[in-house]
Design a protein around this ligand. Structure first.
Ligand SMILES: Cc1cc2nc3c(=O)[nH]c(=O)nc-3n(C[C@H](O)[C@H](O)[C@H](O)COP(=O)(O)OP(=O)(O)OC[C@H]3O[C@@H](n4cnc5c(N)ncnc54)[C@H](O)[C@@H]3O)c2cc1C
Ligand code: FES
Length: 275
């Protein structure tokens, strides 16, 4: 576990709204002023799922957006198992037990860098919060989003990204939206076409491990930074149980065991030891 203090709290959050977003995805908006005030893009919340037995583990979800002014935050989730199935029954006015914000998020891009966001499935969730935060500090930043999924209904929040002014480059395995194939197809085309006046790219990515690994390799080969958000099963969420151990290289090149929940979930290019 990192030595740095992590500003986090356990609180009860009230459900404000809960909307379906395509096949099996939902956007849950919560009132959680303390968490919303402290949250940074790339951090996550650890949610105790109501209707599961008290001994059940919390479930981690990226913060998709947080607004300190209104005290609200949202998570975008996919129903995959019994915890997320129980969450699907939440209705406005229900209360959930929330721990957060947790983990180390995305560092903001340096001035004049070109932020390239790459997401797969619900991996767009932390990238939306990141895009909003970047644009608040640098309205001229013009981020690009490269977003991939199996089919069009797996590409989420596209209208919301466009409304921010983010250029969206979709790819789907079945060709139902954007390029047919992996998200690296439009990304590689963009990187090939980019000139010096476009600024040095900085990749920010969240999605399946094979995608993150492919981006890590591109960043190392191209000599530009990348920040990769890992998705691991978690238990305590605060670095205490070793349940999310990941081999990672430190700045000195030495391989150590990192905890994804407290040393990550965001790691720089070249640091993850891919199995
Ligand atoms: C830092 C972090 C951020 C995350 N952010 C989001 C998010 O924004 N939206 C979202 O929908 N999900 C997110 N997840 C994944 C989410 O935590 C799991 O999908 C959820 O815990 C599954 O709970 P369940 O009880 O429904 O599934 P379970 O019944 O526990 O498992 C059902 C299936 O999902 C698989 N699974 C469970 N957890 C994970 C995981 N972490 N990664 C991959 N497969 C898993 C299991 O192996 C099993 O096949 C995040 C995970 C981490 C670590
Ligand atoms: S989940 Fe316990 S150390 Fe990360």
């Amino acid at each position: 576990m990192s030595d740095d203090p992590i500003r986090s709290a356990v609180c009860e959050a009230a459900v404000l709204s809960h909307e379906g977003r395509g096949a099996g995805y939902r956007l849950l908006r919560l009132s959680a002023p303390a968490v919303a005030a402290a949250a940074a893009p790339g951090q996550f919340v650890h949610l105790r799922v109501p209707a599961l037995e008290a001994s059940a583990l919390r479930r981690p979800f990226s913060i998709c957006d947080a607004d300190p002014a209104t005290g609200t935050l949202s998570v975008l989730y996919k129903q995959v198992g019994r915890g997320t199935a129980a969450m699907a029954a939440l209705a406005p006015g229900d209360r959930v037990d929330l721990m957060g914000p947790l983990g180390r998020g995305f560092p903001l891009p340096p001035p004049a860098a070109a932020p390239l966001l790459v997401g797969g499935g619900y991996g767009v969730a932390p990238l939306y919060f990141l895009a909003r935060t970047i644009l608040r500090g640098r309205p001229d930043a013009a981020p690009h989003l490269f977003v991939g999924g199996r089919t069009a209904s797996d590409l989420l929040l596209l209208d919301e990204f466009r409304a921010l002014g983010v250029a969206v480059h979709p790819a789907t395995n079945d060709g139902s939206l954007g390029e047919r194939g992996l998200v690296t197809i439009p990304l590689d085309a963009f990187l090939r076409a980019a000139g010096p006046s476009d600024g040095k790219p900085v990749l920010y990515a969240c999605g399946p491990s094979p995608m993150l690994r492919a981006l890590d390799e591109r960043a190392l080969a191209g000599g530009f930074p990348a920040w990769l958000s890992l998705d691991r099963r978690m238990a305590c969420g605060v670095g205490a149980c070793c349940g999310c151990a990941q081999k990672a290289r430190g700045p000195d090149g030495a391989v150590r065991v990192a905890m994804v929940c407290s040393d990550g979930p965001v790691f720089p290019q070249g640091s993850i030891v891919w199995d």
